[in-house]
Each structure stands twice: as structure tokens, then as C-alpha cells.
Write a protein of this length. Structure first.
Length: 170
């Protein structure tokens, strides 16, 4: 009788408008739309780099939710040490600098620091609340970085460096 009642309750909930997953639900965004200041070459390069970064971040979300500390440590460490989406200055081993707002680069630095803190918390087997706080700091940098990309303007020195690097290729 209890199983039958539970089934009926679930069926009733599924039929209530707004409770069930209706086909007219808005589709979740899969990427940011590009702002008008981003050149097609920059957009293509950034899309490629962000796709790789997005895959690692999605895996990190899953690891944090599942409290998988070894995976958190590895993925957060990778984000902190290896995943540089864009460089502000040209170096022989770095990709060409992208014309992006200065705040974008500052947030990228904050991301590396927050990811490093998360990796340390996972390695030290910190309390679950500490993991949540450190992960919140990581995702906060994501929102700030995306906001600076959409609403900011490239820093003049970065824009000039990008133009110079592009002209040298010609």
C-alpha cells in the first residue's frame, strides 16, 4: 500500500504544471555570445581554449559534488598550473596575446590562486564545507571573468601588443 501511494504521489507531481520537466522549458546556454569588440581570429582561438577549459571545469564540478578529493586535487591543480586561457604578454613559449579586457587577465590570475587553494584543501582532506567554500571561490572567478569578457573593453596595451604580433606574422 505504501509503495502504491508513493507511486501515485510521484505521478501526481509529474502532472503538476511547472514541477515536471516540460518540453517548453528554456534551453540552457552552452556558451557565451561574443561581444562586438572581439575579432573573429580572437574569438576562434578563445573558443578553442575555453572548450578545453570548460571540459576540465565540468569534471571538477562533478568531482566536488561527489567529494572525490583525489580527482579534485588533480583537476584543480591542472587549472591552477596549466590552463591559461589567454596571455597578456608575448613570450616565446606562449600563444599570441589576445585582445581582451585587463580585468579578464586579473580574473584568470585569481582563478589560478583559487584553484590552487582548492587543490590544497582536497589534498589536506579538509572539511567538506571548506571544499565548498574553496570551490565557490573558483566559480566566482568564472562569473567575474565571463562578465569582464562580455562587458569590458580590451586594455590599450594588450590591444597594441596583439596588433604588433599580428602584423609580424604578415
Amino acid at each position: 500500500m505504501i509503495k502504491s501511494t508513493a507511486r501515485m504521489s510521484l505521478l501526481a507531481l509529474a502532472l503538476v504544471p511547472g514541477i515536471s520537466a516540460a518540453s517548453d522549458s528554456p534551453k540552457a546556454a552552452t556558451h557565451l555570445g561574443p561581444p562586438d569588440y572581439v575579432a573573429p581570429e580572437t574569438r576562434a582561438e578563445l573558443d578553442s581554449r575555453m572548450a578545453r577549459h570548460g571540459t576540465v571545469m565540468s569534471s571538477l564540478v562533478r568531482a566536488v559534488v561527489l567529494l572525490d578529493r583525489p580527482t579534485i586535487r588533480v583537476l584543480a591543480g591542472r587549472i591552477a598550473d596549466e590552463e591559461v586561457v589567454a596571455h597578456a604578454a608575448r613570450s616565446p613559449h606562449a600563444p599570441a596575446p589576445l585582445s581582451l579586457p585587463r580585468e579578464f587577465f586579473l580574473e584568470q590570475t585569481r582563478l589560478a590562486s583559487a584553484a590552487r587553494d582548492l587543490a590544497v584543501a582536497a589534498a589536506d582532506r579538509a572539511d567538506d564545507r571548506v571544499l565548498a567554500e574553496r570551490f565557490a571561490a573558483v566559480t566566482g572567478t568564472c562569473v567575474s571573468c565571463h562578465s569582464s569578457y562580455l562587458h569590458g573593453r580590451p586594455a590599450p596595451d594588450v590591444e597594441e601588443t596583439t596588433k604588433t604580433a599580428t602584423e609580424k606574422k604578415r
